[in-house]
Design a protein around this ligand. Sequence first.
Ligand code: F6P
Length: 360
Amino acid sequence: MKRIGILTGGGDAPGLNAVIRAVVKTAYSSHGYEVIGILDGFDGLLNPNGIVSLTPEEVRGILPRGGTILGAANRGNPFARKVVRDGVEVVEDVSDEVVARIHELKLDTLIVVGGDGTLRITQELFEKGCPVVGVPKTIDNDIDGTDVTFGFDTAVSMATEAIDRLHTTAEAHHRVMVLELMGRDAGFITLHSGLAGGADVILIPEIPFHWDAICEKVKARARSGRHFSIIAVAEGAHPEGGQQIFRRAGDEVFVARLGGIGQVVGKFVGEVCGMETRVTVLGHLQRGGSPTTFDRWLATRFGAAAMRLAASHRHGRMVALRGTKIVDVPLAEALAVPKRVDVEGDAVMTARDLDICMGD
Ligand code: F6P
């Protein structure tokens, strides 16, 4: 039997298990392949115990489950890996070991489910001759090669529910509620949930904001008798001429972690605009839990399509959603530029039409 490997890399996203299940079921029932799962991202290829067998029996019941049965690691880049040599921590390129392990395991294809960082590693492995196929995953929706990544819809749904809940308590107490949302350098989660939840101010990284615009908006609402406001702020948002705020700096192994802009905006609105303000950081609630129907639907279609690509040996490619169709694109093309909110696009235009303050 020919053999497929699958791993899930980077941060988790709702729908990973749906992809794994679809790959396994498609592999066995339509293509006659066996599947092995690689644990904890690329780390599983460097660990003798990092492999598990995946049969249809083993993926039964995982469709609605969040997380990933294979584990994930967002510091597992084999091209820059922290290792201890003679008691000293150094960063090394161990990608040749990964390549050797892929050949040793006789993987006909390695299916990698990941965000931009993981898929970039996948492209580099492809350039080293590895038979890889990519599946785009991230709540941030920042991969250009696909209209939507799975995980995004679930994150937006959670964020929208949070805005709904903040609305009632904001109104009851005549407060400004600031909600900080994830997304790294892309404002999709904040823009979509801000529109869906009816936020009054939406601050995204793509549109640097002006402090006085925020103040004017919440004060204007108060003057018109609306003594509460909702501000949805993306973790990567920043004032015009100012810097993003980081919780932790990055290095050659760790990606920098954004976070803290919500508190800064909240402090400003409280102290300068003179409104009673509270700040909520939704954090990993956006990533945990069961995927929405849309994410299950997309993840399942991505998984089956990835297996079809693998069976036809169309390596170095990534499955993608374009309009309503599942297609595939070269990984290199899909990753050429990161996807960002189109500031002239209809979503931003809609927000402006509805008199939502975009901070500028
Ligand atoms: O890329 C997904 C994401 O959830 C970002 O939105 C967020 O900035 C980051 O990962 C958080 O990473 P971690 O789980 O390592 O804190």
